[in-house]
Design a protein around this ligand. Structure first.
Ligand SMILES: Cc1ncc(COP(=O)(O)O)c(C=O)c1O
Length: 357
């Protein structure tokens, strides 16, 4: 029997999301936190575990976690949905808007999941190239959006993999369009300190997603949240998987909120290290680092990116090789790690490459 005849033909061009996981490497490739949870929090998690009932399903609406998030960000809890990382929530957003007369648009380069979800949900989409400094080009966006009756725009703020924040006035121009819903992905908010959350009440067409995977160090527990108009929330709740966030992740995310003061020093350290690495990379003659508002730095090499990637890997450090034709030609991305990890990365970058000139 030929199973392939039953599959959706439009999925043929998709391939599984590939993630390199070499052993014994310093992992500076996935924009995770380099810091494990503070020991006080581990102690409290151990206490809480004993009262969790693993044989029961979790709270289906994650009420206590949503209340904790609501208090933390000052937004009514009815405007909040939590999920298995912001990835799951971004997928739900595509699902509720995927219909033939809605055009999805996002910059290029940006977070790859927007394109993957658009393909999974069979949505028509456009990638709008960023400018040569990875900036949004206002006129290009406006004339593009003018072509469609209904637009769904995804912007990572700051953008991944470029690290920069897009200017607020351009976001504002997109947001005030009555033909556009804007999803602002604030996965790196804690490092940029910039958000459009305060606009949510005036703008029913604004959806914000955030995550506990980055600054909060919970990448392994997969927990994110979205904040949106009640009509959006009620659509999301129709398609959301029952019990989508497990009890353990709900509990730990609540503890992280309770103890969020404990992660402030980590964020401060990342910001200091970000400055240090950027300043060092600027001094390397073949290396052009991009200004960043995130916990990672994109840099362009005047050497083949594959060579740089392998060189860094040979020093036991895994970074992300983003090299592809176009804006990301010979570009690589490094996540800010601990001071020791960053030193290892920097010594790899400054080591002799042994090339014949
Ligand atoms: C811009 C952006 N959005 C969302 C995510 C996904 O985060 P989560 O772990 O919450 O699914 C990432 C992860 O790298 C990201 O870079």
């Amino acid at each position: 029997m030929e199973l392939r005849q039953f599959f959706r033909s439009d999925l043929a061009k998709l391939s599984p999301y590939h993630i390199d996981q070499p052993d014994h490497c310093v992992k500076l490739d996935a924009n995770e936190s380099p810091f494990d949870l503070p020991t006080e929090i581990y102690a409290e998690i151990s206490k809480e575990i004993s009262s969790l009932k693993f044989h029961r399903y979790p709270d289906p609406s994650a009420g206590r976690l949503r209340t904790a998030i609501s208090k933390m960000i000052g937004v009514d809890r009815d405007l909040i949905v939590v999920g298995n990382g912001s990835d799951e929530l971004i997928g739900y957003i595509f699902q509720i808007f995927a219909k033939p007369d809605v055009q999805a648009s996002f910059p290029s380069p940006t977070f790859s999941m927007y394109q993957i979800f658009a393909q999974i949900f069979g949505m028509s989409f456009t990638e709008i190239p960023l400018g040569s400094n990875f900036e949004l080009i206002d006129e290009t966006w406006q004339s593009h959006l003018n072509r469609y009756a209904k637009n769904l725009v995804f912007l990572a703020y700051p953008n991944n993999p470029t690290g920069n924040l897009f200017p607020e006035d351009i976001l504002h121009k997109i947001l005030v369009r009555s033909d556009t819903v804007l999803i602002l992905d604030e996965a790196y908010y804690e490092f940029s300190g910039k958000s459009l959350l305060s606009r949510l009440h005036q703008q029913p067409n604004l959806i914000i997603t955030r995550t506990f995977s980055k600054a909060y160090g919970l990448a392994g527990l997969r927990c994110g949240y979205m904040v949106a108009h009640p009509d959006v929330i009620s659509e999301i709740n129709k398609i959301r998987m029952p019990y989508n966030l497990n009890s353990f992740s709900q509990t730990v995310a609540m503890l992280m909120i309770k103890h969020r003061e404990n992660i402030r020093p980590y964020i401060k350290l990342i910001l200091e290290e970000r400055r240090r690495i950027y300043d060092m990379l600027v001094t390397v003659d073949w290396c052009e680092p991009m200004p960043t508002d995130s916990n990672f730095i994109l840099f362009r090499a005047q050497k083949p990116a594959d060579l740089v990637f392998q060189k860094v890997l040979s020093h036991g450090v895994l970074i992300r090789n983003l090299n592809c034709p176009g804006l990301l030609e010979n570009c690589l991305r490094v996540t800010i790690g601990t001071t020791e990890e960053n030193n290892r990365f920097l010594s790899a970058i400054t080591a002799d490459f042994g090339e014949k000139v």
